[in-house]
Structure formats: C-alpha cells, structure tokens
Design a protein around this ligand. Sequence first.
Ligand code: ARG
Length: 276
Amino acid sequence: MATTLPGLIGIVFALHLWLAPASLAGWKQVKKEGTLHLATEGTFRPFNYSDEPGPAAGKTLTGFEVELANALAKKLGLKSDWTTRPFDQLLTGLALRKYDLVAASHAITPERAKTVEFINPHYCTGATIVTRAGGPGSLKALAGKTIGVTVGTTYYDRLNAMGRFKEIKVFRDDAEATDNLVGSKIDAWVTDRFVAAAMLKARKDAGLDVSGVLFPEMVAMAVAKGDSELKDKVNGALAALFKDGTYARLSERYFGQDISCKGLGGRRAHGAAQGD
Ligand code: ARG
C-alpha cells in the first residue's frame, strides 16, 4: 500500500507526539524539578546500605556510592530523592523512567550497555569467592560445587557461562547468600571483593575465607537510554568530584585507599585475576 506525502507527515507527527513525553524526562525535567531521583538496591555494604533492619529506608541509606551520588546531585544544584529496589529490577525501572539515575554497583557490560547509558566508572573492583574456613577458594576447586550469588548480577552470568558447577543458587541479596554459606547450604558465595571484605569483618565469628580476584569489573552508575544530556551533566559533576578531592576523601574513608579505576582499585582488580 502506497502512503501519500500528507499521510506520511501525519504519521511522523503522531510519532513525534508519542515520543515527546519520554524525551521531556531527563535533564530538562530534572532541572525544572530541582531533584534527582536516584535508585539503588540498599544491602550492598559498603557501597549502598542502611543500618536499619528491613528494607533500606531512604533516610538512613548510606555507603560509598550513595554518598558519591549525593555529592553529584549537590554539584548539579539538585536535591536527591532515593528509592530502593531488588537488584534485578533496577535497570527495568530506569527504562520505565521511574527514576533518573541508578547507583547500585552495576558492572559495565555490553549486554547492559544495550539498555542503559553508563556514566564513567566510579570504581574498579573484582569478583571474589567466599567460603567457610578451608573451603574451595579457587575456580578449579569450585568445580562440581554449589555456589550462591545475588539475582541479576554479573557473578551469575559469568559463572553460569562456565557451566562447571553442580548448581548456582540465586538469592535475593548478599545477606541471604551469606546466611546460606554460614549454614552450609552452599559451598561458596561469589560477590564483590570489597563487599566480601566488609562481610568478613561484620561476621568475624563465622570464620569465613576469601579468595583472590576471579574476574575484574568496572563499575558505573547509569541513566536511561537516550538520556545523553543527563549523562553528560553527571559525567561533568563526577569529573569535578575527582578534581576537587571529594572522591579521594570518600574512597579513603570507606576503603583506606583509592578504588577509582586510575588508582589502586583498578590496578589490583586487573592485576590479580585468576582468569576463567
Ligand atoms: N557488580 C555486580 C554486578 O554488576 C554486583 C552488583 C550488585 N549490586 C548491589 N547493589 N547488590 O552485577
């Protein structure tokens, strides 16, 4: 069927109207409102967590990347408004424009980059294995074992692709995975190396062991696909926080070192990988 020129113009115009509200979201809307709507998971200590029991409450939400994101908002002259969601729902909510920015320790992957715009990385890290004392602390030793990971993580994808384990159990969050490890329901828990270190400290009595780096990751915040104006603003603010010492102060306070991809975080994570 041939479409006439006026018909075509009509279709293009209708499409334009239909797309307009989505493109109004993003930076212009954020600026107008004076508030940056942020989302995180809320149980990934020391990056995003709350000291209150139960679901993380916005008021008490803290952690390295929560403080960093608050500083980003402040640099942009915005108030921050936080929402918490289970990890595997965060990027879907972003695509639906339920919030403007996700700061939940997402590793940059080609898969995820198809659906979101990544900000420049705010830290470099790696996945590690946590076991009960003397447990299978290497990829080789993990063959035929039961491993626990948080739902929707790169740990699940990477381990699943290796296909050499007895079972990969998927948990709501890292606390649940830890409980299963301590309770001998799984042989190992795979998570971020800084999260593992914090958990080992918090549960000294459990006698857990942690391995070296399994594979490195570059971690970044994200905005919705096509939100390039907001992305540019946030990248500019992040660069300013690197420059004015805010980043260094935060990193030092939480980790006693620079975990940026230019600092120790990058060199260590990338230097010590066991490889697949
Ligand atoms: N870095 C891992 C990933 O990208 C885990 C992130 C988990 N984050 C969280 N807030 N629980 O999948």
